[in-house]
Design a protein around this ligand. Structure first.
Ligand SMILES: C=C(OP(=O)(O)O)C(=O)O
Ligand SMILES: [Mg+2]
Length: 577
């Protein structure tokens, strides 16, 4: 009998296929004491080596199928295998307690996980706990000689059902055969959900009971709608037909969007706006070009620093920047100088422990303090400017003096390079992120000194609403359409335009259809989002008459009181379906 479930829609698309239960093997073991210490340590080493080989393969596969940025998680796993604190503690445990390797691994891993999970408000640490759990499972399987499920071997069309999918499982999914996946736990921002979106596999997560229902149903089909979050276990013929039609409609819509790839973004009344993409590494260029983005509005350079075991050299940075500038073939590339700190750590750049790192020593604050790091990055950027159309922006600017200082350092490096005969571009734009309320309020003053603004809503909302962007318990305060946020945004746009400067947005909100209806009405010039959202937003903008949304934007900041008011308001003006 058909069972209907509702979960969290995590990745768009609709599919019906045979159920494939991804069951984890039994990893239970007997604890032994009085073990041969040297033998247990060498068993551990052997399991670590096998795990490393396996992870290298999974990482290479993931880089191919889902992209370098997403595959980073496996680099983190490989690093755990070589982490002297973690591995050293396991070996010490074997020595101290004369335990078998399985018991020592399990004890130490549980200690680490408990410590990280206790830091409840820290997403970064919670992710580390998940990583350690994933790595421990792999090492344990090698110690026990059992095989972990290998979803990359699936060779028929299936819908995967699992309690949860570890990142290493998701990375092995082959799009050709895995038509969708459904999990019992997880949320929209879980690793597995983010990966599903990169892979473009429909997914519904957090269904609670999908695996137990499927297990008792036996060999059945599963219907999944990743747009609405609906899942049916053992659907009727009529339901299958209904889901198959929804799937066809969705594919057709995507094909329609794809036709817009080479068009520029012109509204129904003939106004042009720039749709740009956010990237993390040069490898992301492929997606930017495939989705017809008109520029890169945010190149997050942190990955250059995070992927390296020491500060990246000027030449290494230059190569990366040049590759992106050349790849964009004259279209603008806005590179953000490093935004380390907050929840982004570099093992080789020890920062002081802080009670409240999001309000602490991060981004431009580090760059102005550790100028050797900043100047190296600026020189690499200035040298690369010769190969395309470069914009540079500084993150987390709070005061006009910070901007002026950063700009002066840029100018010194520029003048020196130019005097030395290095080929450079003479029209590099130097702008700033507006992501701290102080700079949004004082935008009229900043607009006199910056060449452009890019509004970072991820942080601007966090700081304006005093709500940690990674904390589930306050996620209801993450309100991009709240009139308080919109008034700040409007002030930034108007202030920039008064000085003849352009203004973009590169936070997640820029790829949100509801937000974009309001932003068009406010006259925002550039919208920078994940590459996979570009065509959908272009299709929306082509339908909009901007004279209509000007009135909408005005009402959104004068009449509306709440975030919800503005959702309803936009729906009154624009048919979003
Ligand atoms: C784009 C932004 O920067 P990040 O998400 O990297 O902090 C932002 O804060 O909106
Ligand atoms: Mg930010």
């Amino acid at each position: 009998m058909a069972e209907h479930l509702k979960g969290i829609a995590a990745s768009d698309g609709v599919a019906v296929a045979k159920a494939y239960l991804l069951v984890q093997p039994d990893l239970s073991f007997n604890k032994k004491t009085g073990a041969d210490v040297e033998k247990e340590k060498s068993r551990l080493d052997e399991a670590l080596t096998k795990s490393q080989d396996e992870l290298e393969k999974i990482k290479a596969h993931a880089e191919e199928s889902i992209g370098v940025e997403e595959a980073q998680v496996f680099e983190a796993h490989i690093m755990i295998l070589g982490d002297p604190d973690f591995i050293g503690a396991i070996k010490q445990e074997i020595e101290d307690k004369k335990e078998n390797a399985e018991a020592a691994l399990s004890d130490i891993s549980n200690n680490f996980i408990a410590t990280f999970e206790a830091m409840q408000d820290n997403d970064y640490m919670k992710e580390r706990a998940a990583d350690i759990r994933d790595v421990t499972k792999r090492v344990m399987s090698h110690l026990l000689g059992v095989t972990l499920p290998n979803p990359s071997l699936i060779n028929e069309e299936v819908v995967i059902l699992a309690k949860d999918l570890a990142p290493s499982d998701t990375a092995q999914l082959n799009r050709k055969y895995v038509k969708a996946f459904v999990t019992d736990v997880g949320g929209r921002t879980a690793h597995s959900a983010i990966m599903a979106r990169s892979l473009e596999i429909p997914a519904v997560v957090g269904t609670d009971r999908a695996t137990s229902l499927a297990q008792s149903a036996g060999d059945v089909k599963i219907a999944v709608n990743g747009v609405t979050g609906d899942v049916i276990i053992d659907p009727t013929a009529a339901e299958i037909a209904q889901f198959e039609k929804a799937g066809k409609d969705f594919i057709q819509q995507k094909e329609e969007w794809a036709k817009l790839k080479d068009e520029s973004t012109i509204t129904a009344d003939g106004k042009h706006f720039t749709l740009a993409a956010n990237i993390g590494t040069p490898k992301d260029l492929q997606g930017v070009l495939a989705n017809g983005a008109e520029a890169i509005g945010l190149y997050r350079t942190e990955f250059l620093y995070m992927d390296s075991s020491e500060l990246p050299t000027e030449d290494a940075q230059f190569e990366a920047y040049r590759e992106v500038l050349e790849g964009m073939n004259g279209k603008q590339v806005v590179v953000r100088t490093m935004d380390i700190g907050g929840d982004k750590h570099l093992p080789y750049l020890p920062l002081p422990e802080e009670e409240n790192p999001f309000l602490g020593y991060r981004a431009i604050r580090i760059s102005l303090d550790r100028q050797e790091i900043f100047r190296t990055q600026l020189r690499a950027l200035i040298r690369a400017s010769y190969y395309g159309k470069l914009g540079i922006m500084f993150p987390m600017i709070a005061t006009v003096n910070e901007f002026k200082k950063a700009k002066a350092i840029f100018q010194e490096e520029f003048d020196q390079l130019k005097a030395s005969g290095t080929p450079v571009s003479d029209d590099i734009e130097v702008g700033m992120m507006v992501e701290i309320p102080a700079s949004a309020v004082l935008a009229d003053k900043f607009a006199k000194v910056a060449d452009f603004f890019s509004i970072g809503t991820n942080d601007l909302i966090q700081y304006t609403m005093a709500a940690d962007r990674g904390n589930d318990r306050v996620s209801y305060l993450y309100q991009p359409y709240n009139p308080a946020i919109l008034r700040l945004v409007k002030n930034v746009i108007d202030s920039a335009h008064k000085e003849g400067k352009w203004v973009g947005m590169c936070g997640e909100a820029a790829g949100d259809p509801i937000m974009d209806c309001i932003l068009l009405g406010m006259g925002l010039d550039e919208y920078s989002m994940s590459a996979t959202s570009v065509l959908k937003i272009r299709s929306l903008m082509k339908r909009i008459d901007t004279s209509k949304v000007v009135e909408l934007a005005e009402k959104a900041i004068t009449e509306s009181v709440t975030n919800e008011d503005n959702i309803q308001l936009v729906k009154k003006y624009i048919d979003l379906d």
